[in-house]
Structure formats: structure tokens, C-alpha cells
Design a protein around this ligand. Structure first.
Ligand SMILES: Cc1cc2nc3c(=O)[nH]c(=O)nc-3n(C[C@H](O)[C@H](O)[C@H](O)COP(=O)(O)OP(=O)(O)OC[C@H]3O[C@@H](n4cnc5c(N)ncnc54)[C@H](O)[C@@H]3O)c2cc1C
Length: 403
């Protein structure tokens, strides 16, 4: 029989921060984690550097169906409050590009180790390799059924995350516990995820990365665009611009919309500038193949694809005229790639959707349906942009827990 008043299911960002907050307030906390180690997603985040948060917290970087809830949860918890928390556990932060914050050590493992040390210092009992299979409430007490026996508590926090990255512990179980107790679920889709295409040409340029702009069209209608790296792969396309666009694509695909990307492979040059550049490069009486001629300005592996897609008819430099050059320019700035799928939850950093936040008190994170049940982090219908916003939300949830 455990003697803790609180049980927290899930030792990820939200669960660890909540455990420390409650432990510091004198609460007795049992933290259950199915993995053999705590904080697996923290460990791999930011390519092992952990993009722990963002200096420029702005509500429009967060998504969910209940804007008022996100506003209320985040209000009063700017980036500085997250920074203060990390300073209090002995972790200094440094700023990277676009306000992204990292541990000064540039090692995600230092974040997890300091969180673990602090949690244990304030008396949190951490139990790894402990999967929760079911949760029940009778009278005042919750019974938490685990692979290490049944546990009981008066207050229960679900911080079990989302199905994103199942290889790191992502699961649907938190949703199941909450919905069995009467909560509703907003549909979840993979986000910050790579995209798949059935077009065969992408395989030929797999591995090529260029800075560009990806514009999304759904059923032919322009939706939005993102700037950043475009990385062609064997299955389709990835890169920062694609991850940033993927939330919208996943949602549209789920709606059976026809999704197509239009890729600008040279966003720094306007159509006119690129046309003039190419026209200025054409030499008379030159029999240089146009594939070789294009090598001076564009990645080798993209050239045949651009020539094919543009339906450029000429073969050698001296035959190039304004009409043929316009075709090439149009393709370089509007290379079309149809998207049939995403890499799913396995490839996703986060999931959209989650437990309906109209059923949760934004101040305390307590369920409005089941007294003394609390929900924190990605299990809720809130997801953020790439750049540290998802961790920010998880830390803030942890800091909001009150004894
Ligand atoms: C590869 C990758 C890189 C990322 N990089 C960044 C980044 O740089 N910056 C950023 O802001 N965000 C990043 N994210 C997103 C971020 O990791 C998540 O948004 C954040 O971890 C959510 O925190 P959480 O505590 O809600 O859930 P999680 O961190 O997912 O924690 C939930 C925990 O609950 C455990 N659990 C689930 N079910 C059970 C059960 N039944 N019994 C026991 N335990 C259970 C899981 O094993 C897990 O440890 C990244 C995600 C991935 C996958």
C-alpha cells in the first residue's frame, strides 16, 4: 500500500515539473513511468540539445479548439517563469536563433538529470518500468492499476502525453483513462511531422536540402506557406518548412482534401531577377547541354527534375529563348509535389487535439467532471509550434499545479 497523497502518471516534461512543484509544496507524490527511464522525449528533443522553451511566448504559437483556456493557462507564466524554475534546479539557459532556449550545457541529458535530482530531493517517489493499465475512482479515492500492483491516491494527475512518437513512450492510454471517467476527446492528428508523396521523382533527389518556401494548396485553394529548409527524401519531403506546415496538412488529409505543395527553390530571387539571371547566362553558339548549364546555379540532383517538370524542349544552351527560360523559372519557383500522407504518429513530434479543455479548469488544471483529477501537458487539446513552445506549455502546466 502506497502512502502518497498524489499519483502522477507519466514522467515527461509536465509530470516531472508538476512533481517538483507539488513536492516543494510539501505534498507526498508518487510518479509512475512506463519506460525504464524518465523524460525520454526530453532526452531526444532538439537533436539531443533540448529546445527547452522560447523567449518570445505568444498565444498565436499555440493551437487548440479553446483559445480562452490556452490564454488563461499561459497568462502569468511568461518565459521568465520557466527560466526561473530551471535556474532553481541549477540549469542555466542560453538563447539560440528565433528566441529558442537551450540548456547552457547544450545537453538534453543535463535537463533530465537535474529534474530527477530535484524531484528526489523534494521527496518524490519515482517508479519506472511501471505501466498504468487502468484507473478507477470510488468515493474519495482513485485506484491506479499498474504492472507493479494497485496504487491508491486522493489526487491524480494525468500527464501521459499523446500518441506522438510511440517509440519514446507516446501512447493513447491517458486519453483512455480520461474518457473512461467522462471526458471528451478532440480528434488527434500528427503534427511537426514529415510528409509522404507518391510522386516517383522525389526519390531521385533524396538527401538534397535547399532553403525554400513551401506553399500548401488544398483542393486547389491556397492555404498557407512556410519558409525554411526543404529536404527531399525517399518517401517524400521533410525539413523545417515542411514540419511547420505539417499541422495544416495532417488536418486537411484527414478531411480527404487533395493536398499539393508548391515549392519555391529560390525564394531569395524574385521571378524577374531569376529570369534576368538566366537570360544573362545564355551564350550564343554554345552547345553546352542545358543540364550542365543549370549546374552553375542549382543542385545537380534537381536539374533533370526541373527540366522534365517544366517540359523544356531545348537540349543545348544556344537554343534557349525567353519562352523556354520562363518555363524553367516557373518550375524552379513553383515545383509541384502532391502529398498523400504524413509519417504518422511515429514520425511526429506532437499530436494535435487531445482532451477537451472546456472540461478542465484553466487555473488549477483540475477536471470539471471528476473532482481531484488533474490533466497537464500534451494530453490536453493544446499543441505548439516548433521552437520550444510545446515544452513551454508542459512546464507551465507543471508550475500551475497547486497542493
Ligand atoms: C523527437 C521529438 C523531439 C521534440 N523536440 C522538442 C523540442 O525541442 N522542443 C519542444 O518544445 N518540444 C519538443 N518535442 C515535443 C515535446 O517533447 C512534447 O510536447 C512534451 O514532451 C510533452 O510533455 P508531456 O509531459 O505532456 O508528455 P511526454 O513528455 O510525452 O510524457 C508522457 C510520459 O507518460 C508516460 N506514459 C504514457 N502512458 C503511460 C502509462 N499508461 N503508464 C505509465 N506511463 C505512461 C510516457 O512514457 C511518457 O514518459 C519533441 C518531441 C519529439 C517526439
Amino acid at each position: 500500500m502506497n502512502n502518497e497523497n498524489w499519483i502522477i502518471i507519466g514522467a515527461g516534461a509536465a509530470g516531472l515539473c508538476a512533481a517538483i512543484t507539488l513536492g516543494r509544496a510539501g505534498e507526498k507524490v508518487l510518479l509512475l513511468e512506463q519506460n525504464s527511464k524518465i523524460g525520454k522525449k526530453i532526452l531526444v528533443s532538439g537533436n539531443g540539445k533540448c529546445n527547452i522553451g522560447n523567449r518570445y511566448i505568444n498565444l498565436n504559437r499555440f493551437h487548440g479548439q479553446n483559445f480562452a483556456f490556452m490564454k488563461e493557462v499561459l497568462e502569468g507564466y511568461p518565459f521568465e517563469s520557466v527560466e526561473k524554475f530551471f535556474t532553481s534546479i541549477g540549469l542555466e539557459l542560453v538563447e539560440g536563433k528565433e528566441g529558442k532556449m537551450f540548456p547552457m550545457s547544450m545537453q538534453a541529458s543535463s535537463v533530465v538529470e537535474l529534474l530527477e535530482y530535484e524531484a528526489k530531493k523534494v521527496g518524490v517517489n519515482i517508479l519506472c518500468d511501471c505501466t498504468v493499465n487502468a484507473v478507477d475512482k470510488e468515493g474519495k479515492y482513485f485506484t491506479v492499476m499498474t504492472t507493479k500492483g494497485n496504487k491508491t491516491c486522493e489526487k491524480l494527475l494525468l500527464s501521459c502525453g499523446s500518441p506522438a512518437a510511440p517509440q519514446l513512450g507516446g501512447s493513447n492510454s491517458g486519453y483512455a483513462f480520461a474518457t473512461n471517467m467522462g471526458h471528451s476527446l478532440i480528434p488527434r492528428y500528427p503534427s511537426l511531422v514529415q510528409l509522404c508523396s507518391e510522386e516517383t521523382w522525389v526519390k531521385r533527389c533524396a538527401g538534397v536540402k535547399v532553403p525554400g518556401i513551401a506553399s500548401l494548396y488544398a483542393n486547389g485553394e491556397y492555404i498557407s506557406e512556410k519558409k525554411g529548409d526543404l529536404l527531399f527524401t525517399n518517401y517524400g519531403i521533410s525539413g523545417l518548412a515542411i514540419l511547420d506546415l505539417s499541422r495544416e496538412v495532417s488536418t486537411r488529409l484527414a478531411n480527404f482534401d487533395y493536398c499539393e505543395l508548391s515549392l519555391d527553390l529560390m525564394p531569395e530571387l524574385s521571378k524577374e531577377k531569376l529570369t534576368n539571371l538566366l537570360l544573362g547566362r545564355v551564350q550564343k553558339e554554345s552547345e553546352k547541354p542545358i543540364g550542365l548549364w543549370l549546374q552553375g546555379i542549382i543542385h545537380k540532383k534537381l536539374i533533370d527534375i526541373i527540366i522534365e517538370q517544366s517540359r523544356c524542349k531545348v537540349r543545348v544552351e544556344e537554343q534557349l529563348n525567353r519562352k523556354e527560360i520562363n518555363k524553367l523559372v516557373h518550375t524552379i519557383k513553383n515545383l509541384k509535389l502532391s502529398i498523400c500522407d504524413s509519417k504518422g504518429f511515429k514520425g511526429a513530434e506532437v499530436a494535435t487535439g487531445g482532451i477537451d479543455t472546456t472540461e478542465v479548469n484553466a487555473d488549477t488544471l483540475e477536471s470539471k467532471i471528476v473532482p481531484n483529477l488533474f490533466l497537464a501537458g500534451e494530453i490536453l487539446d493544446v499543441d505548439g509550434d516548433r521552437g520550444g513552445f510545446n515544452f513551454h506549455f508542459a512546464w507551465v502546466c507543471g508550475l500551475r499545479l497547486k497542493s
